[in-house]
Design a protein around this ligand. Structure first.
Ligand SMILES: [Zn+2]
Ligand SMILES: [Zn+2]
Length: 371
C-alpha cells in the first residue's frame, strides 16, 4: 500500500460499545478490496431498535482489538470496485450486505450456511457484534456476503434486511404449525413498527386474514397504511385485542414489540395448533404474574407452540428481495410509505429519535437518480 492509499479517508459514525451517547461522525481509513472482497458505496442505512440499544450503551461489541464500532446493519449499497477473483458481481450493481457472518470456529450450523442458528454463539454481525457496520460512506465486505437486488427496488431495498427477520419468523411459524388438515388462515401481528408492518404485509401476501395491533389512533398513518393493504388495524388502548379475536383464535401470531408482558396476552389468543413467534426484545425487566398452570395446560392440550426467532440466512434475503418485487406490483407505492423519515449522514443522530407515528427512519448517503 502506498502512502497516498493510507491517506484515503471517508466519513463514518463510531460508537464506544457499553457507553451511552458516544456516537460521533469521524473520518476513518478507506481501503481497497482484497482478493474475494468487494468495496461498497453505502447508499442508505435503516435505523432500528438494535441501533438505539447500541447507542444507549446496552448492546454492541467492537471488532477485535478495537475500542469503537461503526454501527448500522440495515443497508443498501452499490458495488464500487471488485477484489481479484470476484467474477459473479459487477461494478455499480445494487446489493444488500448480509448482516451476520459465520463464527470463526465453524460450528455445524454456520458451515451449512445457517449462521442465524449458530451453535457457538460466536457469530459476528456487521454493525452489532465484532464487525464494523454500514453507517459510513464506503466499506469492504466479503463478496459472498452480499445479495444482488433489482434496480427497480432502489427506493425500498433498504427494507430487505428487516424483511429477512420476518421471512425467517414466517418460516418458523410454518414449520411449527402442525395442522395440515386446516391451513393457517388468521394471523395477528402485535406492534406496527417496521418488523410488525413488514410481517403484516407478508402474511397478507400469503392470503391470510391479518390483524395488526398498535397503540396509535385508527386514523394514524400506520393504521391507514395497514388499511390500504387490506389489513385490519386495532388500537389496543381503546379496543383490547381480547375482545376482537376470531372465535377459534389466531392460527399464527407474530409478536413484534418485544414488550414481554404482551407475550402472555398473545398466547391466550392462539387457536388450537396455533403458533406464536416472538421477534422482538427490549432491555427492560418487566415482571408479570401469570397463571402458569393455565399457560401450561393450554399449550399442551391445544398443541400450541411458542418460538423465538432472530436473524436470517441467505435464502431469507433472497425471499425478501423477491417479495418486495411482488409487493411493488400488488400494492404500488405502498412499501415506500414504510420509510417515514430520511436524514443525511451529518444528521444521523435524528434518525435515532423515535416518533410515535414514524415507522422506519433511514440515513441517506446517496438518494440516486429519479425513480
Ligand atoms: Zn435492524
Ligand atoms: Zn457458528
Amino acid at each position: 500500500m502506498t502512502e497516498k492509499d493510507n491517506l484515503k479517508k471517508h466519513r463514518a459514525v463510531m460508537v464506544t460499545p457499553g457507553k451511552a451517547d458516544s456516537e460521533q461522525l469521524t473520518d476513518v481509513a478507506s481501503v481497497d478490496p482484497a482478493a474475494g472482497q468487494v468495496r461498497l458505496k453505502i447508499l442508505e442505512v435503516g435505523i432500528c431498535g438494535t441501533d438505539v440499544e447500541i447507542a444507549k450503551g446496552f448492546y454492541g461489541e467492537s471488532p477485535k482489538d478495537h475500542l469503537r464500532l461503526i454501527p448500522g446493519h440495515e443497508s443498501l449499497a452499490a458495488i464500487e470496485s471488485l477484489g481479484s477473483g470476484v467474477n459473479h458481481l459487477a461494478e455499480g450493481q445494487l446489493v444488500v450486505p448480509i448482516v451476520r457472518r459465520p463464527c470463526l470456529e465453524g460450528c455445524a450450523a454456520c458451515v451449512n450456511g445457517r449462521w442465524d442458528l449458530c451453535l457457538s454463539g460466536n457469530y459476528r454481525e456487521h454493525g452489532i457484534k465484532a464487525l464494523d457496520g454500514f453507517l459510513q460512506e464506503y466499506t469492504v465486505v466479503d463478496a459472498d456476503a452480499v445479495i444482488p437486488v433489482s434496480p427497480s427496488l432502489r427506493s425500498v431495498a433498504v427494507l430487505v434486511e428487516p424483511l429477512t427477520i420476518v421471512e425467517k419468523a414466517m418460516e418458523e411459524a410454518k414449520a411449527a404449525y402442525p395442522n395440515r388438515w386446516s391451513p393457517a388462515q388468521t394471523a395477528l401481528v402485535t406492534g406496527a413498527g417496521p418488523v410488525g408492518m413488514l410481517a403484516a404485509l407478508l402474511l397478507q401476501q400469503h392470503g391470510m386474514e391479518v390483524t395488526i395491533l398498535d397503540q396509535r389512533p385508527v386514523d394514524s398513518p400506520k393504521a391507514q397504511l395497514a388499511g390500504a393493504a387490506g389489513i385490519r388495524y386495532i388500537d389496543d388502548r381503546n379496543t383490547p385485542i381480547e375482545k376482537m379475536s376470531p372465535p377459534g383464535g389466531y392460527h399464527w401470531i407474530i409478536e413484534a414489540t418485544g414488550y414481554s408482558p404482551l407475550l402472555f396476552r398473545a398466547a391466550n389468543l392462539l387457536s388450537r395448533n396455533g403458533v406464536l413467534v416472538l421477534t422482538g426484545v427490549t432491555s427492560g425487566h418487566h415482571a408479570v404474574t401469570v397463571d402458569s398452570d393455565r399457560v401450561n395446560s393450554t399449550l399442551v392440550l391445544e398443541n400450541q407452540t411458542i418460538v423465538g426467532s432472530v436473524n436470517a440466512a441467505r435464502h431469507h434475503y433472497l425471499a425478501a428481495a423477491a417479495d418486495l418485487l411482488d409487493w411493488a406490483d400488488r400494492w404500488p407505492g405502498l412499501t415506500q410509505q414504510l420509510i417515514t423519515a430520511e436524514y443525511p449522514l451529518d444528521q444521523f443522530a435524528q434518525a435515532y429519535q423515535k416518533s410515535s407515528d414514524g415507522i422506519k427512519s433511514v440515513v441517506v448517503m446517496d438518494k440516486g437518480g429519479q425513480e
